[in-house]
Design a protein around this ligand. Structure first.
Ligand code: HEC
Ligand code: HEC
Length: 307
């Protein structure tokens, strides 16, 4: 735990140090934190005549939004929420690859200022991404955290500690009893789970969100788990239901693939037509907002011992 706190503090210190730097770092050139550097100069620093070597300026990727650095306390809160809710699909460095896309290359994230564009995606869900019950303040904090990557420079986020086995396995066993044992058993369905999935990070992603983190191929692809897909039934008229695997749902449409493999899309207008979603992973999605960071680490440290 101490290690974890120290690591987090270290990352924040780095972020702050990098945030107060004006121009991008050249790879291989050590970063010397500058206290007096004009903050917020971010992309503006690319303007010629600011006394910086052109090479350093050019090393900065184009199209960086010019954002004033956020309050470190806000960024830290955002980091904590991100770590629990978003990390395992979008990656600890927000570059994706765990089932969710790279957020640092997302147009939407790029154009977002304070979470206003991120909020609808988070609150409504999108595609394979489940909706989250987070309020606008929490989303603004997550946004501040994600944006701090951009302001802070590319290399900062690369320094997050690699090991996720920083928890206490004994405490993790207790967490398992309290939160998982009603549906699973380490001598039953989860027997040998750590032999099946040997990479601790994949294992953690796997229990946090068995369907979402299985790999880029999405469901069924590289996932070691065989989680049944989410299905949906749409009542199109009295006693008339169309059922199938859910492809996409938002406020306006719902798309499914029926048992014949035909894709069907229906317009939605409030509760019309009636749509019922059956998601086998609903229990997991409901649990997601409930884990603390410590529980996640402890539980993963426990599950790696289930060989
Ligand atoms: C279960 C995996 C999963 C989790 C957890 C998750 N996402 Fe996503 N996210 C996705 C996927 C998959 C997409 C792509 C959805 C699509 O467009 O079909 C996505 C898309 C997004 C987008 C839109 C990117 C774009 O360019 O359109 C944003 C923003 C985003 N996620 C933010 C978050 C935040 C913030 C959290 C945490 C609160 C989060 N996500 C949690 C899987 C996830
Ligand atoms: C209310 C029931 C419920 C609870 C509580 C629950 N799960 Fe699950 N879990 C499921 C269902 C349903 C699936 C879907 C796949 C299946 O049917 O095995 C699943 C799938 C999984 C999988 C993928 C296994 C596989 O063989 O497909 C893992 C790993 C997992 N859960 C771990 C956990 C852990 C760890 C906890 C506690 C933090 C937990 N679950 C809590 C119901 C639950």
């Amino acid at each position: 735990m101490n290690k974890q706190v120290a690591a987090a503090a270290f990352t924040v210190a780095l972020t702050i140090a990098a945030m107060s730097q004006v121009a991008g770092q050249v790879v291989g050139q050590p970063a010397a934190p500058e206290s007096g550097g004009g903050r917020g100069a971010g992309r503006g620093g690319a303007a010629p005549g600011n006394g910086r070597p052109a090479a350093a300026v050019n090393a900065r990727p184009a199209a960086y939004p010019d954002r004033p650095p956020a309050d470190p306390a806000v960024v830290e809160r955002g980091k904590a929420i991100y770590g629990v809710q978003c990390n395992f699909c979008h990656g600890s460095d927000a570059r994706g690859g765990e089932g969710g896309p790279n957020l640092l290359r997302s147009e939407l994230v790029l154009n977002d200022q304070k979470g206003e564009l991120i909020a609808p995606v988070v609150q409504n869900g999108r595609g394979e991404m489940p909706p989250f019950k987070l309020n606008p303040t929490q989303i603004a904090e997550i946004a501040a955290y994600i944006h701090s990557f951009k302001v802070g420079g590319y290399d900062v986020s690369r320094m997050t500690p690699l090991s996720i086995l920083v928890g206490d396995a004994t405490a993790g066993q207790q967490v398992f009893k309290n939160m998982c044992a009603s549906c699973h058993s380490v001598t039953g369905d989860l027997k040998g789970i750590a032999s099946k999935i040997t990479d601790p990070k994949a294992l953690q992603n796997g229990w946090l969100m068995p369907g979402g983190a299985g790999g880029r191929g999405g469901r069924g692809g590289a996932s070691p788990f065989n989680v049944p897909p989410t299905t949906v039934s749409v009542t199109t008229g009295p006693g008339k239901k169309v059922e199938g695997r859910l492809v996409r749902i938002d406020d306006f449409i719902v798309t499914l693939v029926d048992s014949d493999g035909a894709q069907k899309t229906f317009r939605r207008d409030g509760d019309n037509p009636k749509v019922e979603i059956n998601d086998p992973l609903k229990p997991h999605k409901d649990l997601l907002p409930k884990y603390t960071d410590k529980q996640i680490h402890d539980l993963t440290s426990y599950l790696v011992t289930i060989k």
